[in-house]
Design a protein around this ligand. Sequence first.
Ligand SMILES: [Zn+2]
Length: 585
Amino acid sequence: MISAAVGIPEAGLSAGIAFPFGYIQVARPIGCSPEHRWYLPTNVPRTTPYNAQVWTNANLVSSYGRTMMVALPGLPEGSQELIGQWARVKGRTQLNGNFMQSPFTPEPPKNSRGYLQNLVTTDGFDQVQAYYAFTSLMIYMGTLGYDMAKIAPNVFPILINVNAVDDVNAWYNPSAVDLTFGTGRRSSVGEWHLASDHDIVGHEGGHLAFDRIIPALSQWYSGDGGAIHEGFADSIVALMRNDPELSEDFPPNIGRNYGPTLGLRTVAHSLKYADVSSEVHDRGQIYGGFWWSTKLAMEDLLRDTRAAMDLGAALLLEHGFHYATNKPGPADFVDAVLAGAKVLVEGNSKYGLDYAKLAEIIKTAAMNRDLFGKDKKPTGKRTKFGVEFARIIADHSDTFLFIPQPTAYGPHLSRTHMLQYAFAEGGKVARVLGSGLIVFKDANGDSRAYSSSDARLNIKINPTVKVEPRQALEKARETARAILDNHDRVLAQIEERPSLSEYDELEKGAQRDIQVIEREVFVDALRVAESITSASDITELVVLPKGVGPKQSAEDLYWRFAFGHVRFYVNADTGVVVTQQIKQF
Ligand SMILES: [Zn+2]
């Protein structure tokens, strides 16, 4: 999810930066304009006949409203809609083969209060931007050696839902493997179509790429996984474009000052780990900042901006295959980056940097963020592959079972996570959340190393199941209803509060927007929960991750329900319900 502390203007409402709109809609010839030269890799095919209008830069603000002509890559001949090799776009309108969509609606909506209220983009234009931005990112990663179609076979083309919801929100859904972008129609500041911003599309596309490289980090029990994800999503966009500002269109649409150097977030900063909260976007800034500093240091050494960007982006992608734990902390992150750096540059003169120099850059950048140091030890440990691995499985075959998940096939290393299941009395089998084994294979498919750091080989199970799936489902529904009631109460309280100033009113609107989005998550979860007719078909027994729930000598079993973006865990012994909102990204 793209998230913002919304609604607090840094100055009065009239303090917008002057904006030269005289340039709007100047179409440019196909090719690279000077300010655009980092954007497309040189080998993007430009021969398809599908010309389209896209921003000259990432978005309306950073392009000063200007558009240029490009050829849309990856579309088969005779395409009527945007269904290509990498993306299939679903918008609100049919394009019927016309991809030269004009940017702005002729009649701007009346209810808009954002600074750019007269400039609402058309659904057709939004579809084209989403297609182009996502496809460009996938092609760029391919030029670096990371062909997503090989890393994650059978998921492309990705469904991109454009203008599908009315919140100021965008997300990647790891279960459906699709992207969704809102219109902002239901927000307090007004309409703004998030799919029209290439940075936002790239950010969500980055989440998708990273999730396919290391799916375990998308779980709510993945340590700093969420923050590392956010840092990844911001950095892949920043490195590809050599622009540290993320989504310059966001600030004006939440009532803040705007301009080409004012993004919603930036990766160009010197914040340290302890300077931010643990919220994923907040902490994600530290990981994003690390990647940007690393790029700057490589640029200094290589004296070649493009080379530094590409090596930075390759390292960003490569490191994801090297995590020796699915619950990484800062030290595990640095460990994965160093391991990735090693396979990337060792014996490879292409990048013009040897491992010792690159490792020095990485350690310095990590130290400056407090991600690395003497007191910081990785929790994940790699062990050379051998007979011990088989022994772990054989020695515990009476109590545990390890089931491999789909492998992520990287150009240098592939990574397979084996989920841990526990046998309990009476023939029950329960998945042990957050536990398992990790196996690393080289490009030839030979197993090189493994990690058992996340395995829980000594746990005892309380096999009592007093609550049946049908009763558990009812408890999950009751919980969802109670949470909804609570949201309604909070919303009513916000409405009742008098606003004394325009600032107050804006603040109130921002709080309302957040509540509405949060509430929507549970509306959706309850809708799914109520549509279920047979609970036993959709639930499974699990053991909660280490450190979650009450400390006991034996682990209770829980019925797990996944409804939309919420997970419900119903204690099979006591009926107590634990809920977790999964990251919407
Ligand atoms: Zn995100």
